[in-house]
Design a protein around this ligand. Structure first.
Ligand SMILES: [Zn+2]
Ligand SMILES: [Zn+2]
Length: 275
């Protein structure tokens, strides 16, 4: 009993988040909403809300691309023009996703929750400014891409490819849902690469949790099979995006970065998009 109480103590909020007693007080609706969630559900409740938001936004964004495919809405933007997923493909992918989200990603998040406390990141007001928030997200994108590149190359060595990474390459023409379609071991490593820049930057919790949502949405985009250049990411230098990663699924031995092309170009593993 004592042991359980000891474990639960790691998930209790460290502070009193009663809005009336906050100093400084919330000054806008986002700060008020943030404070209200902390007051109502505590730090762990906030984590669960972001986890659910990530899963829901992943599903919604993948469903948008599902309709692109189902009704062949934008054939000119489609990268592998003749490759549309079958209902069997989609079912296999969703089965894997549900298992990964429940048995790998959620437990990983819960286990990481107490550890993130030692990083000294803040829940406090004021929330970061828009520019600080965007800059930290940008640093996370760069950092994750770096760790992902090396991890991904490692997963393409014969044993790891055959036993782990091959699962993610089941689809040579990816579609939105396939972003997190992977062997559970790979999902753990992907999570570590996503967490790694946070260890260095230690941003505000708002930025930290939003970063995981951004990472998932970017992965849905890069696996969507559609080269859409209106998204803000596309204006970043060296952003390879969907055509870059789609080509990795098609050709296997090139384009190991998550989204940026600079490391592949520097290290001779870059190949032009399939268009
Ligand atoms: Zn992929
Ligand atoms: Zn690969």
């Amino acid at each position: 009993m004592m042991k359980l109480e000891y474990i639960f103590s790691f998930f209790k909020s460290e502070k009193n988040y009663n809005i009336d007693q906050l100093d400084p007080q919330p000054t806008n609706s986002i700060e008020y909403g943030w404070s209200w969630i902390l007051q109502s559900y505590g730090e762990f409740g906030l984590f669960l809300i972001f986890y659910l938001s990530m899963a829901i936004l992943y599903a919604l964004s993948a469903i948008v691309f599902y309709f692109f495919d189902k009704y062949k809405l934008f054939p000119k933007l489609k990268l592998q023009i003749t490759k549309y997923p079958s209902s069997k493909d989609i079912k296999r992918c969703i089965n894997n996703l549900v298992l990964n989200y429940i048995f790998v990603i959620l437990p990983l998040g819960i286990v990481s929750f107490p550890f993130s406390k030692v990083l000294g990141m803040s829940y406090d007001l004021p929330l970061p400014s828009v520019w600080k928030f965007l800059f930290d997200i940008f640093l996370c994108l760069i950092g994750e891409d770096f760790f992902h590149y090396w991890m991904h190359r490692f997963f393409h060595t014969p044993w790891f490819y055959k036993n782990i990474h091959k699962e993610h390459h089941y689809y040579s023409a990816p579609f939105g849902f396939t972003a997190s379609y992977a062997h559970p071991v790979e999902v753990v490593f992907l999570g570590i690469a996503t967490f790694a820049p946070v260890l260095i930057i230690r941003p505000h919790y708002l930025t930290f949790y939003t970063w995981f949502v951004v990472r998932q949405l970017d992965a849905v985009l890069t696996h969507s099979g559609y080269d859409i250049d209106i998204f803000p990411f596309n204006f970043m230098p060296f952003y390879g995006g969907t055509s870059f990663h789609d080509y990795h699924h098609k050709e296997f031995t090139c384009n190991y970065g998550s989204r940026f092309t600079y490391l592949d170009k520097l290290l001779g593993t870059y190949k032009e998009k399939s268009k």
